[in-house]
Design a protein around this ligand. Structure first.
Ligand SMILES: Cc1cc2nc3c(=O)[nH]c(=O)nc-3n(C[C@H](O)[C@H](O)[C@H](O)COP(=O)(O)OP(=O)(O)OC[C@H]3O[C@@H](n4cnc5c(N)ncnc54)[C@H](O)[C@@H]3O)c2cc1C
Length: 488
């Protein structure tokens, strides 16, 4: 049982029949004028009322099982419903170093398992998590506790996204000395250089970095490992190295016209539109300009973020063009509907086959083909099949390509004996996070591919546990290199 109080004596029937309490959002016409957070969330009173709908299912609770990090949702909601917001925040923080972030950006996989889903609607767990952790932050209750006695072991973490942050926090809490190396000017990974501030205020991430610094974690930014300092160099200086380098290389469509002016890559647009200049390298301090008609190619969270960013940059007609149907679309459904509310149109079963430029080499239109769904592919989703002769021309002022990411092969190319799979993903032992290079562990998007904040946290927790065991002398079975790579 998740609770210390045992099976809770509550009126479950009444709770099942209680209507969901809505959290608040800024009005559409106001929020599309700026890059401030769109969701206001719950006030304390409404949050308690929503948390009090939880029927405290007996074990095993589906919400907890579904959360990759294993958040004890029923216990946190119980404490919140009793008015113990700090206690609730501590329950979330026990399994995730980023509850304030997950409360805002997690697609709430836990909610899909909620027993109330088919009745009055699942509990808004994420928004409650954001509410209690913001409260705890205001009351100074999120400090990271570290032991006075240190182990004397030194760990280098490469990358400061959710995976790097998780490993840094888990290990500093045990008394290890942690130094994080980051290529960007500011730590945070995609939480700063990707997810727009209308979903996640950058201050929340910076507060977390401050907590880690206060706990003794050292951050060295503007340093890309593999250049002046390599992983081999780090292994000389530290007892172990963790790679949390993410997956930031953008996929391309390989169709004519992709290099025309006016066609942005997703991260370039998001970073330059959303990140304050003082957090950007000097060469990127220019706000992107969009015309009236913007087409975003792709599905998923990034495409939605690009569409919402384009609206805020002043585009009047924003269209997401996706090659499958809504049923196959990845990403957070709630965010998708928010995006539609903000004026974006989504065209399903379509894909561009060519971008057409004007005399100045600037995109002015795209040739689009209609699709139908065929047999499922290796991802289990039905494959989009072009309908011959269905091409049409769509005029555009700008195009944003948001079609997926791969890990940067830079670190693995520069590190001896660090094996990768065909697509550049680092080979690890799934449970342990041990790579093929002795002394080096990895987790997050660079291992499992682009996914979610919470999955990066979950895999990084496992890697941190293995690193601690390794530092204490447990023998580690290092991953085996796969057979030689085929060409992409
Ligand atoms: C635009 C966008 C929106 C998203 N929206 C959501 C969302 O709403 N909800 C959600 O759950 N997930 C979302 N995701 C996915 C989520 O952000 C990632 O899955 C998560 O950040 C992965 O964490 P990570 O630590 O593995 O990698 P990252 O966050 O990518 O961090 C890796 C860090 O390593 C650094 N690095 C790389 N190579 C080196 C090197 N050689 N030397 C030093 N530093 C290096 C990078 O600069 C980066 O800071 C989104 C992703 C994107 C791109």
């Amino acid at each position: 049982m998740s609770s210390e109080t045992g099976y809770r004596d509550i009126d479950r029937r009444a709770r099942v029949l209680t209507k969901a309490v809505k959290y608040s959002m800024r009005p559409v016409e106001e929020r599309i004028q700026d890059f401030e957070e769109a969701v206001l969330g719950y006030c304390e009173e409404d949050g308690m009322a929503e948390a009090a709908r939880c029927v405290q299912c007996p074990e095993p609770q589906a919400c907890m099982l579904r959360c990759p990090a294993g958040n004890d949702v029923p216990e946190a909601l119980w404490l919140m419903s009793q008015g113990d917001f700090i206690g609730a925040a501590k329950v979330f923080a026990a399994t995730s170093p980023l509850p304030e972030v997950c409360g805002r950006v997690c697609p709430n996989i836990c909610q899909d398992g909620c027993g109330l889903l088919k009745g009055c609607g699942s509990i808004s767990v994420g928004k409650l998590e954001a509410c209690v952790t913001s409260y705890a932050r205001q009351h100074g209750a999120l400090a990271i506790e570290v032991p006075e006695e240190k182990t004397g072991k030194r760990v280098a973490v490469v990358g400061s996204g959710p995976a790097g942050i998780t490993v840094a926090e888990d290990l500093v809490k045990i008394g290890h000395e942690v130094t994080v190396y980051e290529a960007w000017p500011v730590p945070g990974g995609v939480l700063i250089y990707g997810i727009p501030s209308f979903k996640l205020d950058k201050k929340i991430v910076m507060d977390k970095i401050q907590d880690l610094e206060d706990a003794g974690v050292k951050f060295i930014t503007n340093t890309r490992i593999g250049e002046a300092i390599t992983v081999d160099d780090l292994l000389e200086e530290y007892d172990t190295v963790f790679l949390g380098t993410g997956a930031a290389v953008e996929a391309t469509m390989n169709i004519p016209g992709e290099d025309l002016k006016g066609i942005y890559k997703a991260t370039d647009l998001l970073v330059r539109a959303n990140v304050p200049f003082d957090m950007l390298p000097p060469g990127m301090r220019e706000t992107p300009v969009v015309g009236q008609r913007v087409a975003v190619i792709g599905g998923g969270d990034t495409a939605v973020d690009c569409a919402r960013t384009s609206v805020r940059l002043g585009a009047e007609e924003v269209t997401i063009v996706y090659r499958r149907t809504e049923a196959e679309m990845p990403g957070n459904k709630t965010e998708r509907y928010i995006c539609i509310d903000e004026g974006t149109d989504i065209k399903y079963l379509q894909a561009p086959v060519e971008f057409i430029g004007d005399d100045n080499g600037r995109v002015k239109a795209m040739k689009v083909i209609k699709m139908k769904l065929g047999e499922p592919d290796s991802s289990g989703r039905r494959r989009p099949v072009p309908i011959e002769g269905s091409e049409f021309i769509q005029e555009v002022d700008n195009v944003i390509l948001s079609i997926g990411y791969w890990p940067d092969p830079y670190v693995s190319d520069k590190t001896q004996d660090l094996a990768t799979h065909n697509w550049g993903l680092i080979v690890t032992d799934e449970e342990v996070g041990a790579t093929s290079r002795e002394g080096v562990f990895a987790a997050g998007d660079n291992v499992h591919g682009p996914d979610l904040v919470i999955t990066a946290i979950a895999t990084a927790h496992r890697a941190a546990e293995s690193i601690d065991a390794y530092l204490k002398g447990t023998e580690v079975k290092w991953a085996e290199a796969p057979p030689p790579r085929e060409k992409r």
